[in-house]
Design a protein around this ligand. Structure first.
Ligand SMILES: Nc1ncnc2c1ncn2[C@@H]1O[C@H](COP(=O)(O)OP(=O)(O)OP(=O)(O)O)[C@@H](O)[C@H]1O
Ligand SMILES: [Mg+2]
Length: 510
C-alpha cells in the first residue's frame, strides 16, 4: 500500500427530507482496495457520486483532497480529468456498438478529414485488453453479445483508457458468475500492483477476505470507526459496526411440520431461444410442500431462473410439461394467470420487472395486492393499505422519509425490499423468490428470513433460488441442485454441505 491518494473530509449531502451523508470521513491509498460497507441507504453510492461530479452531487458540503490538493468537481468530465472513474452496477455501454467504439466513445479517433480511423481504434483497444490479460472477447465484438461480466471488463478498460488511477466499483459482482468474479478479481490484483487506488462497495462478506485490504463502514450517513485493515477486524465486529448491534443468528430457522403436497412440476422442458435444438431446462420434476422452504441452488446460467419463470408462465408458452397445484393439473398462459392461482414470483431483475419507476413506495407495494385491501364495494381502503405498507417499512427497515416518495429515490437495496414487501403482503399459496437478498444488507437479510419463516408458519409454500450457499443451506428444508438445465440432486437440510452442493452444481458429481 502506498501514500494517501484520496481524502474525503466532513462530507455532508442533503436531499429533500433526507440527510444522506452526515459528516463522512475517510482516506484511500494507492495500490489498495478499500471496501465501503454498510446497510442499504447508509450513503455508500451517494458518497461515490459526490466524488464523480455528477449533478446534483457537487452541492455537497465538506472537502475532497486528491494527493493533498483540495478539489471540487462540478461535472463528470472534471472528475475524469483528475483520474477518477466510477463503475456503476448498471453499466453505461451502448449495446449496438463494438467494444472499441464504446471504449473510445467520447474521444473519436478521426483523421484530418473527420473519418474514423478504424484500424487505429481497434489496435489501441487490443493493446488495452492485452494489458488487462483479457482474451475472451475482441475489440470488434458488439457489446450486446457479451455477458454482464465481460461488459464490466469493457467498462474497466474504458476507465483505464482515460488513465484513471482512482477506480470505484459500486456492487460490481452482484450479476456476475463465479468465473467472472474470479476474472474481475484477477484484474483488480493487477491494478493494485500498478498502484491504482480502488474503492469497492459490496454486501458480500466473503469477498472482503478475498480482495479488500482495508474496510470502512457507513451507517446512517456517518463513518463508523476508522478505516480498518481487514486482518484486524472480525466478521462479527464488522456486522455490528454496520447494523449497530450484534447479530446473533444470521440464519434463523423456523421449526415447521411438513404438510401436504402443494405444487408438483413434471417433466418440465424449456428450449433455448438463442440456440435452436438446445434446452435451458431439461426434464425437470419436483414437488413442494406446505410448511417448507425449498431451496434451489446451482451456478448462474444453470437454468434456475428459467425453470421458475417457466412455472410462472413467462414467457407465455415457453415451457412444456405439467404443473399440478393441489393435485390438479393447471396451465398458466401468463404470469397473470399464475398470480390468480396463488403463485407469486419475486424476480432477480428488479430494474426490469417488479418496480414501477416514477410511482410512490405505497403504489409499488400494493400494485398487485389490490384485492386483499379492496373492500366489498371494490373501493380501495386507503388507510388499511397505508397501515400495511407502513408495517413493512418498519419490519424491513426500509429507509425512506415516507410512503409517498418516488421509489426512484430509494437506494438499490431499499427498492428490492419494497418489491419483497409487495409479495409478502399478497401472501400467495406458493411464493417463489429468485435471489431475493441480492444487494440487501445483513440486518435486513435476517429480517427477510424471519418473514419467510412466518409465511411458512401461516401455510405459504416458499421456494427460494440463491447463489449464496450459506443462505440456501441456512434457511432451506430441502435443496434442489441444478446443473446445465437439469435438477441433478435433491438434498435434505442434514445432507447438504458446501462441498457437496458445489460438486453437483459444477457437474463433478453426478
Ligand atoms: N436522488 C435522491 N433523492 C432523494 N433521496 C435520495 C436520492 N439519492 C439517495 N437518496 C437517499 O439517500 C440515502 C442514501 O442512499 P444511497 O443510495 O447512497 O445508499 P447505499 O448505501 O448506496 O444503499 P444500497 O446498499 O441499498 O445501495 C437513502 O436514504 C436514499 O433514499
Ligand atoms: Mg448503493
Amino acid at each position: 500500500m502506498g501514500e494517501v491518494v484520496l481524502e474525503m473530509k466532513n462530507i455532508v449531502k442533503d436531499f429533500p427530507g433526507v440527510r444522506a451523508l452526515n459528516d463522512v470521513n475517510f482516506e484511500a491509498r494507492s495500490g489498495e482496495l478499500l471496501a465501503l460497507m454498510g446497510e442499504n441507504g447508509a450513503g455508500k453510492s451517494t458518497l461515490m457520486k459526490v466524488l464523480s461530479g455528477v449533478w446534483p452531487y457537487p452541492t455537497y458540503e465538506g472537502d475532497i483532497y486528491l494527493r493533498g490538493e483540495l478539489k471540487r468537481f462540478y461535472n463528470t468530465k472534471e472528475a475524469e480529468a483528475a483520474g477518477i472513474a466510477i463503475i456503476y452496477q448498471e453499466l453505461n455501454l451502448i449495446p449496438e456498438l463494438t467494444v472499441a467504439e464504446n471504449i473510445f466513445l467520447d474521444r473519436q479517433m478521426t483523421n484530418a478529414f473527420g473519418a474514423i480511423q478504424w484500424s487505429k481504434l481497434f489496435a489501441e483497444t487490443q493493446r488495452l485488453l492485452d494489458e488487462l490479460n483479457i482474451s475472451d472477447f475482441k475489440p470488434t465484438d458488439k457489446v450486446r453479445d457479451l455477458t454482464v461480466g465481460k461488459q464490466q471488463m469493457v467498462e474497466i478498460a474504458k476507465a483505464l483508457s482515460k488513465k484513471a488511477d482512482i477506480l470505484v466499483f459500486d456492487e460490481p459482482t452482484s450479476a456476475l458468475t463465479d468465473k467472472e468474479v474470479a476474472a474481475l478479481f484477477e484484474i483488480i490484483r493487477k491494478l493494485k500492483r500498478q498502484g491504482v487506488c480502488m474503492s469497492y462497495i459490496s454486501h458480500k462478506m466473503e469477498e472482503l477476505q478475498q480482495i479488500a485490504d482495508r474496510v470502512v463502514v457507513l451507517r446512517d450517513g456517518k463513518t463508523i470507526g476508522p478505516v480498518t485493515p481487514i486482518p484486524e477486524i472480525t466478521l462479527d465486529q464488522l456486522i455490528s459496526r454496520m447494523v449497530g448491534r450484534d447479530v446473533k443468528d444470521m440464519f434463523p430457522k423456523g421449526q415447521f411440520q411438513r404438510g401436504e403436497k402443494v405444487l408438483e412440476v413434471k417433466n418440465f422442458e424449456i428450449d433455448n431461444p438463442d440456440l435452436p435444438g438446445q434446452k435451458k431446462v431439461k426434464n425437470a420434476s419436483f414437488c413442494a410442500y406446505k410448511g417448507e422452504i425449498l431451496g434451489i441452488s446451482g451456478l448462474m446460467g444453470s437454468g434456475r431462473t428459467e425453470l421458475v419463470s417457466g412455472i410462472f408462465g413467462a414467457p407465455p408458452g415457453a415451457a412444456r410439461g405439467e404443473i399440478y397445484l393441489d393435485n390438479k393439473l393447471v396451465r398458466f398462459r401468463s404470469p397473470h394467470a399464475a398470480i390468480e392461482h396463488g403463485i407469486g414470483l419475486v424476480t432477480e431483475d428488479r430494474k426490469r420487472i417488479g418496480l414501477i419507476l416514477g410511482q410512490s413506495i405505497l403504489q409499488n407495494m400494493t400494485i398487485s395486492s389490490l384485492e386483499t385491501v379492496t373492500n366489498m364495494l371494490g373501493i380501495i381502503n386507503e388507510s388499511k393499505e397505508r397501515s400495511l405498507a407502513q408495517d413493512y417499512v418498519k419490519r424491513l427497515a426500509i429507509k425512506t422519509p415516507g410512503l409517498d416518495v418516488k421509489i426512484d429515490t430509494l437506494s438499490g437495496g431499499n427498492q428490492q425490499k419494497v418489491i419483497l414487501a409487495k409479495w409478502l403482503n399478497i401472501k400467495p399459496k406458493v411464493l417463489i423468490l429468485d435471489e431475493p437478498t441480492r444487494g440487501i444488507d445483513v440486518g435486513a437479510k435476517v429480517e427477510i428470513y424471519n418473514l419467510l419463516n412466518k409465511l411458512v408458519e401461516e401455510g405459504v409454500t416458499v421456494i427460494i433460488i440463491s447463489s449464496e450457499l450459506p443462505e440456501v443451506m441456512g434457511i432451506s428444508d430441502r435443496i434442489l441442485v441444478m446443473c446445465e438445465g437439469e435438477i441433478v440432486v435433491e438434498l435434505t437440510r442434514e445432507q447438504a454441505t458446501k462441498e457437496l452442493i458445489m460438486a453437483y452444481a459444477t457437474g463433478s458429481q453426478k
